[in-house]
Design a protein around this ligand. Structure first.
Ligand SMILES: NC(=O)c1ccc[n+]([C@@H]2O[C@H](COP(=O)([O-])OP(=O)(O)OC[C@H]3O[C@@H](n4cnc5c(N)ncnc54)[C@H](OP(=O)(O)O)[C@@H]3O)[C@@H](O)[C@H]2O)c1
Length: 321
């Protein structure tokens, strides 16, 4: 984390809904940048850790109105980055759609509007494959029930936030459609290799579109700091790598000094899709309009930090350097 804020945020107020991997990091960075930060979480342990870092916390379920009177309206910056973290379609609907509806009701209930509202959606809204470069103007997907929840959630946000008459939720909004998140403490593929996987589920010939945690946080700050003329935009957030999964696995295996496992060709038991679409998520727009550039342009730079050469590999229950 860097303490170099893109603009002077000191003394401004930030509310974060969904203090998970990204949300908690942005909350901590907000404190370092001198903001007054409030985070809503369902999790008392997360609340304790955030409070220790100087974040005001509210423990509640975003989808209910129980917290509406506990968080003051009219914040300069609001981030909604809840994720259902798995579970079925009902969990998805509760966290994303009902969570957003509740947040918008809160935002519209006070006399002061939110300044800038950022919502982290997902590139899972896109159905495209066949190697195309996907930009923000392309069609989204309502045939998949979870993608539909994400698209519906984006739409209630844009409908309410765009209202010119009162009550409207925010002076301006941005939707960031994030690629696959990885970074410190989140590296599933690396964990599988470290655990000695001899075969990986699925296929390796589709491109993995990734974004490092720190670059996602930087994109969120860039949206908060956007010039006043930039408003109401959807941005893809992905690195420049778009390497195939097989390339990533081969690189990590070489780095760990383990044989590269083959792919089974069969989807993992918990996989939502039999075949992951092969495409490149284009993020030219956020570069152009917000000047965002990934500090980790490919998975190689990103994994340098989390997988240094010679890192411990688990072998037969033993750990060796
Ligand atoms: N993971 C990816 O690769 C990926 C890819 C594209 C986009 N995204 C998007 O990126 C954003 C950030 O993802 P992340 O990885 O930081 O997610 P995460 O670590 O799973 O954290 C999500 C947080 O949302 C909280 N949450 C969910 N429903 C809630 C509710 N009803 N009330 C209060 N809190 C609730 C969860 O709380 P609990 O701990 O209580 O469950 C969790 O702390 C999400 O919007 C996600 O959809 C993720």
């Amino acid at each position: 984390m860097t303490a170099d804020a893109p603009i002077n945020f000191r003394g401004r107020r930030l509310v974060v809904f969904g203090a998970g991997y990204i949300g908690a990091e942005v909350a901590r960075q907000g404190v370092a940048y001198g903001l007054r930060v409030t985070a809503l979480t369902r999790n008392t342990e997360s609340a304790r850790a955030l409070a220790a870092a100087g974040v005001e916390t509210v423990v509640a379920d975003l989808a209910t109105p129980e917290w509406h009177t506990m968080i003051e309206g009219g914040a300069d910056f609001v981030l909604n980055c809840v994720s259902s973290g798995g579970g079925g379609a009902e969990n998805y609907h509760r966290s994303y759609f009902r969570g957003m509806a509740s947040m918008l009701a809160w935002a519209c209930s006070g006399s002061d509007k939110i300044g800038t509202l950022v919502y982290t959606s997902s590139t899972a809204v896109y159905p495209q494959g066949d190697g195309v470069i996907v930009d923000e103007g392309m069609a989204t997907n309502r045939s998949d029930d979870r993608a539909k929840v994400l698209v519906d959630t984006e739409e209630i946000l844009t409908a309410l936030a765009n209202k010119t008459s009162s009550p409207s939720a925010a002076t301006r909004w941005f939707i960031l459609r994030l690629a696959g998140i990885y970074g410190p403490g989140r590296h599933h593929l690396l964990d599988q290799l470290r655990a000695g996987a001899t075969e990986l589920p699925g296929r390796g010939d589709h491109r993995l579109n990734l974004a490092h945690r720190n670059d996602i946080c930087a994109a969120i700050w860039a949206a908060f700091a956007a010039p006043p003329a930039v408003a109401g935009e959807i941005f893809n957030v992905a690195d420049e790598g778009a390497a195939t999964k097989a390339e990533v696995v081969a690189w990590l295996s070489a780095r760990l000094g383990v044989p590269t496992p083959p792919f089974s060709g069969k989807a993992a038991e918990n996989a939502r899709r039999a075949v992951t679409p092969d495409r490149v998520i284009g993020s030219d727009k956020i570069r152009r309009l917000l000047g965002w550039r990934p500090a980790y342009p490919t998975f190689r730079e990103g994994y340098e930090g989390v997988c240094p050469i010679g890192y411990h590999v688990k072998v037969a229950g033993d750990m060796r350097p």
